[in-house]
Design a protein around this ligand. Structure first.
Ligand SMILES: [Zn+2]
Ligand SMILES: [Zn+2]
Length: 175
């Protein structure tokens, strides 16, 4: 395990304790799998998987994007966000999620709706990765806007049938 992964694992354990100590509503540490999952994603900083374990019970497995690991604030905010998803009635971003998120902010000073100051830098890091790893690129020949795709899809196959949202020019395949 790399250093940053070990650190993220530590932060996760600290957060689980903090959620318990501060009595965050609907949080049950016993439902959270203690081991973090590390994955590379171009879409999100973290995710939370819900696993049915029988007897009306669910367990939650939290993942963090390895691209988020360089910044501790981002790790903390991302993991706190995912832990809110494990609270009763919070598996979406609905009312209860917002309510619990508000208490996490009040009691722990973490805004679960942002990824901290590193957000922009990380987003651009993810963006670079998306650009470099794109299998297909479709573009607008007029305003030069680009769309990066990993999979074959309608717009990659028939770009001429789609037009640029900004300037209405039919698209072309770039890669
Ligand atoms: Zn979420
Ligand atoms: Zn355009």
């Amino acid at each position: 395990m790399k250093n940053e992964e070990r650190r993220a694992q530590e932060i996760f354990a600290e957060l689980v304790n903090e959620f318990t100590d501060k009595k965050i509503v609907g949080f049950h540490s016993g439902n959270v799998r203690p081991k973090l999952k590390f994955e590379k994603s171009t879409r999100e900083f973290g995710s939370c998987q819900r696993i049915y374990v029988g007897n009306d019970r669910y367990e939650f497995k939290v993942s963090i994007n390895t691209y988020a690991l360089q910044n501790e604030e981002c790790v903390r905010n991302t993991l706190a966000h995912e832990l809110v998803h494990t609270c009763d009635g919070c598996f979406n971003h609905g009312k209860q999620f917002k309510r619990v998120g508000y208490w996490v902010k009040r009691k722990m000073g973490i805004d679960v709706n942002t990824y901290g100051t590193a957000e922009e830098a990380l987003k651009s890091g993810l963006r670079d990765h998306q650009i470099n790893s794109a299998k297909y690129i479709v573009g607008c020949p007029t305003c030069n806007q680009r769309w990066y795709k990993q999979r074959m899809c309608k717009v990659v196959e028939y770009p001429q049938f789609f037009s640029c949202a900004k300037c209405r020019t039919p698209l072309v395949r770039v890669k």
